[in-house]
Design a protein around this ligand. Structure first.
Ligand code: URA
Ligand code: SF4
Length: 196
């Protein structure tokens, strides 16, 4: 466990713990404000993310940024965004359970240092890994669960919303619930949803 963010990032960037290291272009450690009180967790890098070394920079990322902006959240100021696996699975297949298991220590260390008040899981894979293995994304998106003093919810993955735009209003409801929770907890007053 690293106590220092820079050291954690540097070690992660050199990781060869699972087979995904062989096909990646870049490790996608995450981006945003490590002092943020709200952490978003996706599944793993896609092609654009692998090329640029940043999370959610492709088409689904553009949609995510719009939804974030609608509730006053912004990856450049008051949230942090990371993924379950830091290297792109070939052809965007789901990360294998053993790849998730190897990689999740990096995310655990990120969570320990960020100490978020709220975690939002983007999609089924992240929700099942972070909230509970039997999470039913269509039934339980937008529901807050409490685990170790942290509130967690899953919402629909932006890539799934691009495939099925009919679900956009449902996902937007989740973001409104998130905004209400942030207000209720007074997180925005805490110097812009970041840790004092
Ligand atoms: N999808 C994800 O789950 N994460 C990314 O970083 C990009 C797309
Ligand atoms: Fe390491 Fe995670 Fe990349 Fe696998 S996916 S090589 S565990 S950083």
């Amino acid at each position: 466990m690293f106590q220092n963010w820079e050291e954690l990032q540097q070690a992660c960037m050199r990781c060869t713990k699972c087979g995904l290291c062989e096909t990646r272009t870049n490790v996608v450690f995450g981006m945003g404000n490590p002092q943020a009180r709200v952490l978003f967790i996706g599944e793993g890098p896609g092609q654009s993310e692998d090329e640029q070394g940043k999370p959610f920079v492709g088409r689904s990322g553009q949609l995510l940024d719009k939804m974030l902006a609608a509730v006053d959240l912004d990856r450049n100021s008051n949230i942090y965004i990371a993924n379950i696996v830091k290297c792109r699975p070939p052809k965007n297949r789901d990360p294998l359970p053993e790849e998730q298991e190897m990689c999740i220590d990096w995310l655990r260390n990120q969570v320990t240092l960020i100490r978020p008040k709220i975690i939002v899981c983007l999609g089924r894979i992240a929700g099942m890994k972070i909230i509970k293995p039997d999470l039913k994304i269509m039934r339980e998106h937008g529901v807050f669960f409490e685990k170790n003093g942290v509130l967690m919810m899953a919402t629909l993955h932006p890539a799934a919303l691009l495939r099925n735009p009919n679900n956009k209003p449902a996902a937007f409801e989740d973001f409104l619930k998130l905004r209400d929770k942030i207000e209720e907890l007074g997180l925005l007053e805490e110097s812009g949803a970041v840790r004092a």
